[in-house]
Write a protein that binds this ligand. Sequence first.
Ligand SMILES: C[S@@+](CC[C@H](N)C(=O)[O-])C[C@H]1O[C@@H](n2cnc3c(N)ncnc32)[C@H](O)[C@@H]1O
Length: 259
Amino acid sequence: MHRAIRRMFDSGQVMAGKWFGMASGRGGPGGSDGKLGALNRRLLGYPNNHNYQIRGQRRIPSHRLAERWRVISSIYPKKLESFLDVGCCKGFFVLENAARPECKRSVGIDVVDSFVDTAREAGNYMNVVGAEFHSASLDDVAGRVEEFGGPFQVVQLINTYHYLFWGSNLNTKAYGDHRTIFSMFHAVTSSCFIFSSPLEVKVAPQEIRDRAAAAGNHEYHREAILDAAQDFFDVIELPALDTRNRRPLLLMVKRANGS
Ligand SMILES: C[S@@+](CC[C@H](N)C(=O)[O-])C[C@H]1O[C@@H](n2cnc3c(N)ncnc32)[C@H](O)[C@@H]1O
């Protein structure tokens, strides 16, 4: 498919049945099932690379989400027993992992309530057992790991590290310190931590560049981030999710004695 057309599909501008196979059918965004239609509409939109639709008992990811899922899920251990997605957004990764028979707990947290509500509703609609969604921050889970069902064999943070560090227009909560953040990931992880996010301000979204500019001198760069990560994890760099390597994909294996 031509790249521009694919972008329009992924952004939800084109709702042709060819992608979701249901634009005018029952349950589609324009379909006659009001509840599912409304839910499907909420599963589109920002962030566009996390767009999916529910069709019967199937989750149908957009092309970009399917590709991200293919790459990221190939890193998971064959027997994935427990999973935490920090910044779970609309919940696709949590729901997919909850559907794996060996996965006992698949938990998503986000600091934006509307995302948590949408993800939970998608799970409830599809009767996904073993998926949980919480309006919670990383420090909430790190401070009460067992209450949330952790520590988790695999913890995932995709396209969200810069928001943890700087805050965002959706939620101003910001930790502002790499060691603080990685120490919390160390606390919630039992085996490995999958990470992909911009490591330099210049390739982060505009709102982050604005925050960094307002802050003046700052420590948001690759060397400082990896230095902090390596105090807690052995870090393996994998081929990036994006072709321009703006958001490196890192597999971090927990050190028993993280400092
Ligand atoms: C670009 S989305 C990534 C979502 C998902 N991980 C993915 O890869 O599809 C960024 C996520 O960060 C969350 N977020 C926004 N502000 C935040 C903050 N201050 N602290 C933590 N997470 C934040 C958003 O709710 C959203 O789910």
